[in-house]
Design a protein around this ligand. Structure first.
Ligand code: WT7
Length: 635
């Protein structure tokens, strides 16, 4: 008997012990009993963190869409797979059954094939949260094409960088997207990006907003007519367990985003197993994750994890504030949502509004609440627990990353006693370690250090697309034989983990992972700017917001500062997207630097957070005098 679905705390400890004592046996049993394979593996796990090389279920053959779709058709073909709730509440919801999903994925897969897309080709998907987004991922997976979803809030420059990094052959987009009262011209953004993307041969366009767009002859085609003429049967491409399933970009410490590569077999097993357990999903439940499929949360916990379990997964096109701040709760009532998974930034924003927006809806269908993306503060946790969950729905504070592919540390609802702001205990198969300042592992409880993982789990990203050295450098070089997460964490007196935040140059703004380097690169392109440094500071709703210290060239010194601020945010919007705009910009004559010329972000961070009492020793700086000026002129 495998331990696929854990039902009580005793079982959790038992399963956890087993998963650590014999990880291979543990995952083998789960893989064997709960998934469809065309051929079993020769070896469960092959790994070496030094190279690094990680292979799960080597030699096995499968197609993930057989696991997410085909195998459910006989018994559950009429069950709703995707429940689509449009941006506008007046537009009816769509209940897409597993049968219908199967037909639409097969048709889409055939269209991709007709465009010359083959196994291993990269397909860029730049779509709003409409059913075609989920369907396009699955269509790629069906024929073995590697999908690279780019969040549809990214700018044309950011889109072009990602398309070029992995030489995508085709883009799937739409005429536009609805976001609350606004509509956005997605196709225009794609057209602009494609000026500098020589690898793209075709663009498939979904009609959504019916806005007037330009179609480029020989390159662009409307998707719907092609789908209507495509066969509803498309045999699966048989994939190796270690064939790439998708690339998803995340920011890092240089301007070039990191294309994290996830492979097929291990990712499927882990995303499905964690979905089942972290949300305690039961057959008739309606599960809703509010994330965008443009992020890993949507890949693993809107598409693959839920569908592999035959679940009903809600996809919401809109925003929490439209037509008013009750929209989330209206949807929960309307579709009798059982599990609701969202981000702390959304909770904080909604908690600021009148409580009537929550109380006027019947939320009694809710059984489990989840959060992800950043540390949740105690106040937001209690608001969520009291007002949304009515103190009866456990909150799962799930810690994980784009790189981990699935949830790593989280309570199991109704099983693990929750503690506000704590992600609590590692899931089976996850062996966290906290590392001290001298690189030593901190054993025992009541310790705080850098969070690492000692042993591979099935859904760890296998490489960075086209840059294995950077993969090694970023994740495996800080500490020998460990995966380094970039986060700090503490372990309390009972062994619960609390994530304390990033310890590197990544800042989480409204749950979006932003590297400082790409933003600084963008700012430095402004002709008046000489140099810049970005740090985070606490923000009521966003969690963290961005504070920029900017030095100007001599020619820029007499420019109007308000205009400069606007222009700089405009450049950031063009290069990355509006999510990376700065909340504060301080123009300064210099940035504090070490004698080797490295910017001392630690000091800048403290000034931005108004923690000026304890700046540490600044006497060894190259230019200690600028610190006082920066403090006096802080915003
Ligand atoms: C970073 C990863 C995982 C999907 C969404 C974000 C932070 C994530 C939590 C949490 C505290 C969290 C970490 C992590 N983070 N979840 N429950 N508590 N911090 O994926 O964009 O790759 O960001 O988000 O700092 O390293 P991502």
């Amino acid at each position: 008997m495998s331990n696929y679905h854990i039902k009580n705390l005793e079982e959790y400890f038992d399963v956890y012990r087993k998963s650590v004592n014999d990880p291979e046996l543990f995952w083998e049993e789960i893989a064997e009993e709960h998934f469809v394979w065309r051929k079993k593996w020769d070896k469960v796990l092959n790994w070496d963190f030094k190279k690094p090389e990680i292979k799960w279920f080597e030699g096995a053959k499968l197609n993930i869409t057989e696991n997410c779709i085909d195998r459910h058709l006989t018994a559950n073909g009429d069950k709703t797979a995707i429940l689509f709730e449009p941006n506008d509440p007046k537009e009816p919801a769509q209940h897409i059954s597993y049968n219908e999903l199967s037909e639409r994925v097969n048709q889409f897969a055939n269209v991709l094939k007709s465009k010359g897309v083959k196994k291993g080709d990269r397909v860029c998907i730049y779509l709003p949260m409409i059913p075609e987004l989920a369907i396009s991922l699955l269509a790629c997976a069906r024929i073995g094409a590697i999908h690279s979803v780019v969040f549809a809030g990214f700018s044309s420059t950011a889109l072009a960088t990602r398309i070029n990094d992995s030489d995508c052959k085709l883009v799937v987009t739409s005429d536009g997207s609805f976001r609350g009262a606004k509509s956005i011209d997605l196709k225009g953004i794609v057209d602009e990006a494609l000026i500098s993307c020589p690898s793209i041969q075709s663009v498939l366009v979904v009609k959504r907003t019916k806005s007037n767009i330009e179609m480029k002859e020989g390159r662009d085609e409307w998707l719907q007519p092609l789908l209507e003429n495509a066969s509803k049967i498309c045999p699966v491409e048989i994939m190796d367990a270690e064939d790439p399933l998708f690339i998803l970009y995340t920011s890092g410490s240089t301007g070039q985003p990191k294309g994290m590569v996830h492979t097929t077999g291990g990712y499927m097993v882990y995303s499905a197993f964690t979905f089942k357990n972290v949300f305690q999903y039961r057959n008739d439940d309606v599960y809703w994750c509010t994330a965008d499929i443009g992020w890993i949360t949507g890949h693993s916990y809107i598409v693959y994890g839920p569908l592999a379990n035959g679940a009903t997964t809600v996809m919401f096109e809109g925003v929490p504030s439209y037509p008013d701040y009750g929209r989330f709760w209206e949807i929960v009532e309307k579709h009798k949502v059982s599990q609701f998974y969202t981000a702390p930034t959304a909770i904080r924003a909604l908690a600021k509004e009148n409580l009537d927006y929550v109380t006027k809806y019947d939320l009694s269908s809710l059984k489990v609440l989840g959060t992800v993306g950043e540390p949740i503060n105690e106040e937001a946790w209690h608001w969520y627990n009291d007002n949304v969950g009515g103190k009866k729905s456990p909150i799962v504070d799930t810690w994980w990353q784009t790189e981990t592919g699935g949830i790593m540390i989280s309570p199991l609802p109704g099983i693990t006693a929750t503690k506000p702001t704590y992600a609590t205990l590692p899931l089976p198969g996850i062996q966290p370690a906290l590392i001290g300042d001298n690189g030593e592992e901190l054993k025992g409880n009541q310790v705080e250090g850098k969070l690492c993982v000692k042993f591979p789990w099935p859904s760890i990203a296998r490489t960075i697309w086209g840059n294995h050295d950077r993969y090694r450098e970023t994740y495996f070089s800080a500490y020998a034989d460990m995966y380094f997460t970039g986060d700090g964490a503490l372990r309390d007196e009972v062994g619960y983990y609390r994530i304390t935040g990033r310890v590197d140059d990544v800042i989480i703004v409204s749950g979006h992972n932003l590297g400082t380097a790409p933003i600084e690169d963008a700012i430095n392109e402004h002709p008046a700017v000489s140099e810049s440094a970005i740090v985070g500071f606490p923000h009521d709703i966003k969690g963290s917001a961005l504070y920029g210290y900017i030095t100007l060239k001599e020619t820029g010194e007499d420019r109007d500062q308000d205009n400069l601020r606007k222009e700089i945010n405009q450049i950031i919007t063009e290069h990355i997207g509006p999510i990376a705009k700065l909340d504060k910009m301080q123009f300064t004559a210099g940035l504090p630097k070490t004698r080797s010329g490295k910017i001392m972000r630690r000091i800048l961070r403290k000034v931005a957070c108004n923690e000026i009492e304890n700046l540490g020793d600044i006497s060894t700086l190259l230019n200690p005098e600028v610190v006082e000026v920066i403090i006096n002129e802080r915003l």
